[in-house]
Design a protein around this ligand. Structure first.
Ligand code: M6R
Length: 614
């Protein structure tokens, strides 16, 4: 959470930092701030609210300067107000800092600094850190880089920081532990950011700091990395970025979420392209090919993830057990990491994460590795912490997902996990070559079937209008579509703030049925393959209690169509591939309802795209 941006070079820093912050707003949008050095003094503007508000506020300061730092905040310590916004000055006014993360022991450090005469204007842990750096710099009589290093060795927590000292205006000191930090390397200029989107139009070359690394980014010098703990030199690994500008812009859509929903046919295709070789009857995935033994000898697969990625994990549980006959457990990463789980070196842990930065998922990986498990990462963001921490993995090729609500990340995660399950099924012989071939051929049709599902958008808009004022909604599905029901409910609640619950359809009669009356919309996934008759019975139960039924059905359906208040059709496919289609109308429903309610769909309240705090 929180986005940080910095610039040092020959261009005006202000527009680069403002645009960079706008691109990072998905990481948090409680407040925003900027500090620029004009050659003599630091000019700072910060405000509660979004980067747009900051642009107004910054009209009151000089926007001059070729060096600067900026921040967009997801509040942890201290309410979102002007004072708690970043950047934060040290007491002398010499140092200024931006920070993404949490300093857990900030209270004890703060008490000690107060004893030494420091005062604090904000409630943040970050203001404590910048003053600790100042205190170290003064008492130990060291330069900024060393002061940062000594101070960081005294703190417990997570951080990506950038610190500027007005007495040393040719450098910015950066450091990372647990939160992402990239340095873009241009021609005699450097960019600092939480991800590469703020600098992609300036350079394709970037260094991603590893945990416990710091760097002094100095004009006219090469990047030098050091280990924070022992000062050992680390060598920068310069990556060539594949991202392009078009991918991170809205491209004519009103919202990123809608654009990303519509990108799914392309994203799914990109995810299996080069891996699914239907004609040759092959699936080629380097991360699996090189580690096949680990999977073949695994006692079980444990899947850890959070939120939407956890729902993709639940779909994968059905696929792995159904196709490859491997026992699977799916866990919330946050529970797994704290419950002393039994893990052995015969376990394979699959970590699923769009951002690759989710703190709980990362911690779960570290725990599993310590206990000897083999860790396979399924991430979307290339070079992310989870991708790097895993022993092996497979990227989803969804492209940047900027809307806070996950859409294309979900379907591409399911695509990768399906490929993995199919490959293992073939290797284990639980699937005949004919079945395997049929499956691959069907998987190749999914992008065009998703396109077909998207054609229901006008109808979905009409249905959304009917239910936009609802206060509660139920989502029901069975088998492969039970996780889709959970995902549908999550999508609705997170962007429209309507209370929604997902349930396995048959569980309804164990409690939730008490909620059903003529005001309750119930979204039911009732595709032909997958316990159809049972779901029809569940629909009857809802109908006899006057609930409103909105059903997702297979094209040509008659039985449910007769019973339901509204039906939305999706093309027919194999049962295990239905989640890739049934999730589409539910995404669109949430989107339209949220827009009609006047909600900010791309930046829903209280949320952030990348949850780097636990
Ligand atoms: O980046 P991750 O996939 O690890 O994020 C996990 C969750 O925070 C995320 O899926 C969240 O639930 C979605 N943004 C909801 O749409």
């Amino acid at each position: 959470m929180c986005g940080i941006v910095g610039y040092i070079g020959h261009r005006d820093a202000f527009p680069i930092i403002i645009k960079g912050l706008q691109r990072l707003e998905y990481r948090g949008y409680d407040s925003a701030g900027i500090a620029l050095f004009d050659g003599t003094s630091i000019n700072l503007a910060k405000t509660k609210g979004k980067v747009e508000d900051l642009k107004n506020k910054a009209k009151n300061i000089s926007q001059e300067g070729k060096i600067g730092i900026g921040h967009t905040r997801w509040a942890t310590h201290g309410i979102p107000n002007d004072v708690n916004s970043h950047p934060h000055y040290s007491n002398s006014g010499d140092l200024v800092i931006i920070h993404n993360g949490i300093i857990e022991n900030y209270e004890s450090i703060k008490k000690e600094l107060i004893k030494r005469g420091y005062t604090f204007t904000s409630d943040t842990d970050t203001e404590v850190l910048v003053n600790l750096i100042e205190e170290v710099k003064k008492t130990e009589d060291v330069k900024l880089g060393q002061a940062v290093q000594i101070a960081l060795n005294q703190v417990v927590g997570a951080y990506a920081i950038a610190v500027f000292d007005r007495n040393k205006p040719d450098e910015i000191v950066v450091a990372k532990l647990g939160s992402p930090l990239a340095i873009g390397i241009g021609e005699n200029e450097f960019f600092i950011a939480s991800d590469a989107s703020p600098f992609i139009e300036f350079t394709n070359n970037a260094v991603y700091l590893e945990d416990e690394e710091m760097a002094i980014v100095r004009l006219g010098k090469e990047i030098k990395l050091r280990k924070i703990k022992n000062d050992a030199v680390a060598y920068p690994r310069i990556m060539e970025l594949q991202m392009n500008l078009e991918e991170i812009e809205k491209g004519g859509y009103d919202h990123f979420m809608l654009k990303e929903i519509y990108e799914q046919p392309r994203a799914i295709k990109d995810t299996y392209r080069g891996r699914l070789l239907a004609e040759q009857g092959l699936i080629r995935m380097a991360g699996i090919d090189q580690n096949l033994e680990k999977f073949m000898n695994a006692n079980r697969i444990i899947i850890v993830a959070c939120g939407t990625s956890w729902h993709a994990g639940l779909v994968a549980e059905y696929i792995f057990e159904d196709l490859a006959r491997i026992p699977v457990e799916v866990e919330y990463a946050s529970e797994f990491r704290y419950r002393n789980p039994v893990i052995t070196d015969k376990d394979v842990l699959i970590a699923i994460s769009q951002s690759g930065e989710t703190a709980d998922t990362l911690a779960a990986i570290k725990l599993a590795k310590e206990k000897g498990a083999f860790v396979f990462g399924v991430c979307n963001v290339v070079g992310s912490s989870i991708a790097r921490e895993s022993h092996a993995g497979a990227y989803t090729h969804a492209g940047p997902e900027i809307g806070v609500a996950s859409t294309k990340a979900f379907t591409t995660q399911i695509t990768v996990l399906t490929l993995l399950a199919l490959k293992l099924a073939k290797e284990k012989g639980t699937f005949s070559q004919t079945q395997f071939h049929e499956f691959l051929t069907e998987l190749e049709t999914i992008p065009s079937k998703v396109e077909k599902a998207l054609e229901s958008n006008p109808l979905i808009e009409i249905i959304s209008d009917v239910y936009k004022e609802s206060t509660n909604c139920l989502y029901l599905g069975r088998g492969y579509n039970f996780p889709v029901a959970l995902e549908g409910a999550l999508k609705l609640k997170e962007i429209s703030y309507i209370h929604a619950e997902g349930y396995p359809a048959a569980e309804m009669k164990h409690g939730p049925i008490a909620l059903i009356d003529d005001q309750m919309p119930v979204f039911v996934i009732a595709t032909k393959k997958g316990h159809y008759e049972k779901v029809v019975s569940n629909i009857q139960e809802i109908k006899s209690r006057k609930g409103k039924i909105i059903a997702i059905v297979t094209e040509g359906d008659e039985q449910v169509t007769e019973l339901a208040d509204h039906v939305i059709e999706v093309p027919e496919t194999l049962e295990s591939l239905t989640p890739l289609l049934t999730t589409i109308p539910l995404q669109l429903l949430s989107y339209h309802i949220a827009v009609m309610r006047g909600c900010n769909v791309d930046q829903p309240r209280n949320l952030a795209k990348s949850v780097t705090v636990e």
